[in-house]
Design a protein around this ligand. Structure first.
Ligand SMILES: Cc1cc2nc3c(=O)[nH]c(=O)nc-3n(C[C@H](O)[C@H](O)[C@H](O)COP(=O)(O)O)c2cc1C
Length: 237
């Protein structure tokens, strides 16, 4: 991505650290087995909990899953994926009917990722295997699973996104990387069974978290972003 920001000498003090944490976040899809210091992770979650939310409702609930519990969950999710068990998401993430410009962006991201891995168009086996890496949690030592009370409204989902982004940015501040994963919400019944979660909750998504395996090609993939002019409109006089 092009960095057209002003010369760093012009930045207010402290801004560089914030900028680095935000812009060095990217979705990592191969992690090292290196464990995460539980106190560090706790601090990341504590900081993330300072996120704003309408009327300070704080709709987030997090399950931290590591060790044998993580392995058992991943094994069951992967088995469901490999058995092509029908997905049973509790909410619609994507548009029912894709249209321009979103469909092009979606395709560019998918093809870009598979291109990085030399997966050819039409190689369904390889595509399926790569999709299955979601359920292996990309080998991350910890997965965070997020739920929301079923009766909360769209505003709380907006709040939730701020909390999730806080986690991912705070993680960068201490050398951790993340991958947000809506794919994990494809099998909510499996997650609920493992974690003892009732149907009053919706599985929002998961975040795999750990240290990036920088030797893995998949982590080289960095999708483009729109130019500023494409998404900003200024109004003055
Ligand atoms: C809520 C959310 C869910 C996502 N779900 C997945 C997922 O299930 N699997 C995956 O590999 N990436 C997933 N992503 C990552 C996106 O593909 C990624 O954010 C996007 O392509 C931009 O790339 P970057 O995160 O590396 O900047 C998700 C991102 C978000 C914000």
């Amino acid at each position: 991505m092009k960095d057209t920001a002003r010369d760093n000498r012009d930045l207010p003090s402290g801004f560089q650290a914030v900028k680095d944490a935000i812009t060095s976040r990217r979705s990592i899809r191969a992690f090292l087995p290196t464990p995460i210091d539980p106190q560090l992770l706790e601090e990341v979650l504590r900081i993330a909990g300072t996120a704003p939310s309408g009327s300070n409702v704080q709709p987030w609930k997090v399950h931290v899953i590591s060790g044998p519990a993580r392995d058992r969950l991943a094994a069951d999710l992967l088995a469901a994926h490999q058995a092509r068990e029908p997905e049973a998401r509790e909410y619609q993430y994507y548009p029912v009917k894709w249209r321009s410009p979103y469909i092009e962006r979606r395709r560019a991201t998918g093809w870009g990722l598979y291109g990085t891995l030399n997966i050819q168009k039409g190689d369904h086996e390889a595509s399926l295997r790569q999709h299955g890496r979601n359920y292996e949690l990309f080998d991350a030592p910890v997965v965070l699973m997020f739920t929301i009370d079923r009766d909360l409204e769209m505003g709380s989902w907006l709040d939730y996104g701020m909390f999730l982004q806080n986690i991912m940015v705070a993680a960068r501040g201490c050398g951790l990387h993340t991958c947000p994963q809506a794919a994990l919400a494809n099998y909510p019944h499996i997650i609920k069974r493992h974690l003892g979660i009732g149907d009053d909750q919706i599985i929002v998504c998961g975040i795999s978290i750990g240290y990036a395996d920088t030797r893995e090609r998949v982590n080289e993939f960095q999708p483009d972003r729109m130019a500023l002019e494409e998404f900003v409109t200024y109004h003055g006089d």
